[in-house]
Design a protein. Structure first.
Length: 357
């Protein structure tokens, strides 16, 4: 049995447990976005398994803390489906975007989970307006001497998920860890790599920062077309291939090596998108090419400049620092000082003028 992702165990639990929810999701109207079905899980110690989030014309099933010992039980996505005017595409994932943290070679025991299945879902009481994004934050787990927490964000304009892993070092010494992102795609042995950020094929970790894959013939309305964005050119930390995305291989894994300075926090960020067609996926993937395009897409919404600066596999900090501004009272004080200075200067000039005349 594969120690990375046990599809058999996943099907026994995650797909079985979510079956009724998936059937209900099929009936959702294209464009609907609703997180009402997950708000009851907020701070629930029994929220084990998958929680469903409806956002961006998609339904996402996020693992919180399944009791299996395989990586498919870790924080990540057990399944997702796309619902648009073009139809419904299911079976996007068999378990993706799990995070493993280790000072050595990561394994199933090194996976991040939200302890007890406890998560924080925002907004707490989702409004009826579907144009409100959803954020799910997991609680802290100790891995490799670090305080580790995960967060996922769902915008409303596209079927995109942003997954961030935060690594906080509570000690007085630097800690270097290997962080692996493990994935199992629903396209199985029919996986085809359709596009890469460099424009060549096959995917190459040295040159490519995102890739698009599909299940053989994308005209068959079954699995969604998938995009994964792993990093940005120029970022200080880049992934290396443990098992790269290739035709016929549905289990791409990549790894980052990160040094977290004493008392500081470093973060990793990856994206995944569901699309109807390869052409749509390629067009939308341009949003992952630069800081400016990411900002314009809204995919960095909710992240402070400090948080963005802590993300090591994307080059965000150079242009995301806010321009210093003054608050209301500071502006009033400055205005007063300028007025006093102006009045003093005017009186001085007036005396000098009087003396000369």
């Amino acid at each position: 049995m594969d120690t990375k992702f046990s599809k058999l165990r996943f099907e026994q639990f995650a797909k079985g447990a979510a079956a009724a929810a998936i059937v209900g999701a099929m009936a959702m109207q294209a464009g609907a976005a609703n997180a009402n079905d997950v708000k009851t899980h907020r701070n629930s110690p029994t929220a084990t398994g998958s929680i469903a989030v409806h956002a961006g014309n998609a339904v996402w099933y996020l693992n919180t803390n399944i009791t299996f010992t395989t990586i498919s039980s870790n924080w990540g996505f057990s399944e997702a489906s796309l619902h648009t005017a073009a139809g419904t595409r299911t079976d996007a994932y068999d378990g993706v975007l799990s995070w493993l943290v280790s000072t050595g070679t990561p394994g199933a025991a090194d996976g991040y989970r939200s302890p007890g299945g406890v998560v924080d879902i925002s907004p707490n009481n989702p409004p009826s307006n579907p144009a409100v994004p959803t954020t799910v934050t997991g609680t802290t787990q100790s891995l490799a001497g670090l305080n580790v927490s995960g967060q996922v964000y769902f915008p409303v304009n596209k079927a995109v998920v942003r997954s961030i892993l935060n690594l906080q070092n509570p000690t007085g010494a630097d800690i270097t860890v290997n962080v692996e992102s493990t994935n199992n795609l629903g396209s199985d042995s029919n996986t085809v790599i359709d596009a890469t950020s460099s424009g060549d094929n096959p995917f190459n970790y040295a040159n490519d920062h995102w890739f698009v894959s599909s299940q053989g013939n994308p005209l068959i309305p079954k699995d969604p077309v998938l995009t994964f964005a792993l990093s940005m050119a120029g970022a200080p930390v880049q992934p290396v291939g443990v098992q790269g995305p290739t035709n016929g291989n549905d289990r791409p894994y990549w790894e980052y090596t990160i040094t977290v300075p004493a008392g500081q926090t470093r973060s990793l960020m990856v994206f995944s998108q569901l699309s109807d067609t390869i052409a749509d996926a390629q067009t939308d993937a341009a949003a992952f090419n630069s800081n400016a395009s990411l900002q314009a897409s809204g995919y960095l919404a909710g992240l402070t400049p400090t948080q963005q600066g802590q993300i090591v596999n994307w080059a965000l900090s150079a242009t995301t620092a806010p321009i210093p501004t003054l608050g209301r009272w500071a502006m009033l004080l400055l205005s007063g000082l300028v007025a006093i200075f102006g009045l003093t200067r005017f009186k001085s000039l007036r005396r000098r003028f009087s003396q000369t005349t």
